[in-house]
Write a protein that binds this ligand. Structure first.
Ligand code: AHR
Length: 502
């Protein structure tokens, strides 16, 4: 059997694992809100129409901040449509997803839901069809205690206290030609800086995210970040990265190495931030908000026939309802490892998305909710990755891939907190099991706590309405001999092991 020797490096401290690394993203898109989180009349719905089964699963998933309300949707959104008496709220065209938005759920309802799932609000503003004034209006509505037109409107709408929104995204994917109000880098950079300055005049404590590239493969990647940061470095706290991965033409080997691309993306953006910090003469480092990441079969979506005619604007259609396999979940787990490995630079991240839409949680209208395969690596990493991230040295065989060249078969990271530590590892090999030995001497490990593995002889096995528990993690057999932790990873496997430490 192939072997991998891992060492948790003494002194290999990367940085604190921020809770915000385990954030999510809820967009008004397809059935995410309607019949996803909100379904009055559902047997588990509460008095406000929120599905209790979904609330339980989101809590179990362990999601910190949730980005809302888009995504592409936000670039045409008027936040005022979603506040005030429901009966008076307008029905609007959603141009991003060619749908009708009923506005039954808006800021107040979503914030009430967030309290139920114990998550923080991360608001995105519309810089597609709107600008500085509308951003200021929304900020006044959300953050001013009272005594002004918009803060009193909020109070009259039932929310006495300001909303707890600290993190704000200055638009969404403004580099993408598909985005309503798409701009070039100079034009967006200027607008973002101007908007940020104005918003800070209202609330200097906001944490602001400027749009980076919507993919590393964008032709403007690099130039976009440099230009935007030249305009906005001093005004913002984060720059965003977005990345989606999928298996292309049955090339599972390259797909399994997707985290190599995510690693490179993060490191390239971090280098650009360092250059921009120097140019700005700043002693503050802008963080990376990886605020859209996931596996998404985008190509399938692009190739599908879509409703585009002017007569037909469906309400909450089934869109982007990808069904995730074991293979997808293993890639997903390796993306989480990449995020934790870069905890010094990536200090916030949002899994895109949460319910029904490229999501770890699926629902059936009037029926059950269930966990997709990707639910498990997220929930376990969110629960076990605590304290600080630690670098792991990996000596192992490589696997050859068409897209990423030769890559190590195993990728791993560790974390340590008071009295506990955890190791996360992935075997990317399609055919070989790997015996993994981890030198945990630097941790002073005394006992193995939990050990889980996600794998299956059928890498395309998935959960569904009919078979919601077809894929679940199994207990992983481990041995701790002195300072060496040993376990075997089957081909295409993700694992998490927690340890008690001195
Ligand atoms: O998450 C789906 C879409 O992907 C989002 O709306 C957009 O921001 C990105 O292109």
């Amino acid at each position: 059997m192939a072997k991998a020797n891992l060492t948790i490096r003494p002194g290999g401290r990367i940085g604190p694992v921020e809770r915000r690394l385990f954030g999510g993203f809820v967009e008004h898109l397809g059935r995410h809100i309607y019949s996803g989180i909100y379904e009055p009349g559902h047997p588990t719905a509460d008095a406000d129409g929120f599905r209790g089964d979904v609330i339980d699963l989101v809590r179990e998933l362990g999601v910190s901040a949730i980005r809302y309300p888009g995504g592409n949707f936000v670039s045409g959104y008027r936040w005022e449509d979603g506040v005030g008496p429901r009966k008076e709220r307008p029905r609007r065209l959603d141009l991003a997803w060619h749908s009708t938005e009923t506005n039954e759920v808006g800021l107040h309802e979503f914030s009430a839901w967030l309290e139920r799932v114990d998550s923080e609000l991360m608001l995105a503003i519309n810089l597609g069809t709107r600008g500085v004034q509308e951003a200021l209006d929304l900020l006044e509505y959300c953050r001013i205690r009272g005594g002004t037109d918009l803060s009193e409107a909020r109070r009259a709408n039932g929310r006495d206290e300001p909303f707890q929104a600290r993190m704000w995204c200055l638009g969404n994917e403004m580099d993408g030609p598909w985005q309503l109000g798409h701009r070039n880098a100079d034009s967006y950079g200027e607008l973002a800086a101007r908007t940020a300055r104005a918003m800070r005049q209202v609330d200097p404590d906001l944490e602001l995210v400027v749009c980076g590239s919507s993919a590393r493969s964008m032709p403007t990647f690099g130039h976009w970040e440099r230009t935007v940061l030249r305009h906005a470095y001093d005004e913002v706290d984060y720059i965003s990265c977005h990345a989606y991965y999928e298996e292309h033409d049955g090339d599972a080997a390259s797909f399994l190495a997707s985290a190599v691309d995510m690693d490179a993306f993060i490191e390239e953006v971090a280098a650009i931030v360092d250059e921009a910090r120097e140019a700005a003469g700043s002693d503050r480092t802008v963080g990376i908000s990886f605020d859209e990441w996931n596996v998404w079969y985008m190509r399938r979506f692009m190739e599908q026939e879509k409703i585009t005619d002017i007569e037909h604007w469906p309400e909450a259609p089934r869109l982007l309802e990808d069904r995730y396999s074991v293979l997808d979940a293993v890639v997903f787990g390796s993306l989480l490892i990449s995020l934790v490995r870069h905890a010094d630079r990536v200090t916030s991240a949002s899994l895109a998305q949460l319910v029904n839409v490229i999501a770890p949680i699926m629902t059936e209208p009037g029926g059950p909710a269930w966990r997709q395969t990707t639910f498990y690596p997220f929930a376990l990493t969110s629960r076990l990755a605590r304290g600080e991230a630690l670098a792991v040295t990996v000596e192992c065989p490589s696997v050859s891939t068409e897209r990423h060249g030769d890559v190590p078969a195993v990728t791993a990271v560790a974390t340590r907190d008071e009295g506990v530590a955890a190791v996360f590892a992935v075997n990317r090999s399609l055919g070989e099991s790997i015996e993994v030995s981890v030198d945990v001497a630097s941790l002073g490990a005394t006992r193995v706590g939990e050990a889980h593995v996600l794998s299956d002889p059928d890498v395309y096995a998935a959960n569904s309405l009919d078979e919601p528990d077809r894929v679940v993690p199994r207990a992983l057999e481990t041995r701790l001999d002195g300072s060496v932790l040993t376990f075997t990873l089957p081909p295409v496997a993700w694992a998490a092991v927690s340890l008690e430490v001195e």
